[in-house]
Design a protein around this ligand. Structure first.
Ligand code: ZN
Length: 245
């Protein structure tokens, strides 16, 4: 079996045996894969830095029968600063956990990887509200796996104004008239709908540059948590932790 070279990020780690680690990595070429890093817990190991959570780099991997083995790593970014603050770390772990959950084995999603890296970089920089960073990440990530809410017009009648409700079942926003007859909708203001639209329509590079007021922030959170819960039906440990902070 030949070695493969790929860019990748470590999204989960588990100690194995005395000195080894079992990692889950998202890679540019192979999607989500399990990688063993032999001896990586020894302080002298060449793999030490590159087998930590958040480690992003160029990896050389050997493909075995059921998993890969890490042979070499050239670290590009360690995101070490993310460990300096418990809240920051929790947000970072949520990005990894979310990314891992929605990724598929042997099915690369480069857009998602790029989004995760950008999100972690912006978190470390600390210039933008962390909650807003998470909502941007969640909405973009959901859209990359096919869950893009309709936020430009009423999903029932097509009207583009007087939009004031959001429905998970129908997959987007509703106008005043259509909203009243639908069950389990959540109220949403036009400014929040505009923010959702802006996030979906803007490339990642230009995305982490805006601010919103607390009202929009609260609505974004309510809408996104419900939207994710509806489609993924998964409990994120790191999110539960964040909600308790
Ligand atoms: Zn309508």
């Amino acid at each position: 079996m030949a070695d493969i070279k790929t860019k990748g990020i470590v999204v989960s780690e588990m100690p194995v045996g005395e000195n080894d680690k079992r990692l889950v990595m998202l890679t540019k070429d192979k999607g989500k894969i399990v990688v063993f890093a032999r001896g990586a817990r020894k302080t002298t190991s060449m793999l030490l830095a590159g087998s930590q959570l958040f480690a992003y780099g160029d990896f050389v991997l050997y493909k075995g029968k059921s998993a890969y083995t890490m042979k070499h790593v050239q670290l590009i970014e360690s995101f070490h600063a993310i460990r300096h603050e418990i809240e920051l770390l929790a947000y970072g772990l949520y990005v990894l956990e979310f990314g891992e959950y929605i990724s598929e084995e042997n099915n690369p999603n480069t857009a998602l990887m790029k989004l995760m890296l950008k999100t972690l970089q912006v978190l470390v920089k600390g210039k933008i509200n962390q909650e807003l960073i998470m909502r941007i990440f969640e909405l973009k990530a959901m859209s990359y796996i096919g869950y893009t809410p309709c936020v430009t017009h009423c999903v029932e009648c097509g009207k583009t104004d007087m939009l004031d409700a959001f429905s998970n079942q129908l997959g987007g926003v509703l106008c005043k008239t259509c909203g009243v007859v639908q069950k389990s909708t959540v109220a949403i203001r036009e400014s929040t709908i505009y923010t959702l639209h802006y996030i979906l329509a803007t490339p990642i590079e230009q995305l982490f540059t805006f601010k919103v007021d607390d009202g929009i922030m609260d609505e974004l959170k309510r809408v996104m948590i419900r939207f994710i819960g509806y489609h993924l039906d998964h409990e994120f440990k790191s999110l539960n932790f964040l909600l308790k902070l």
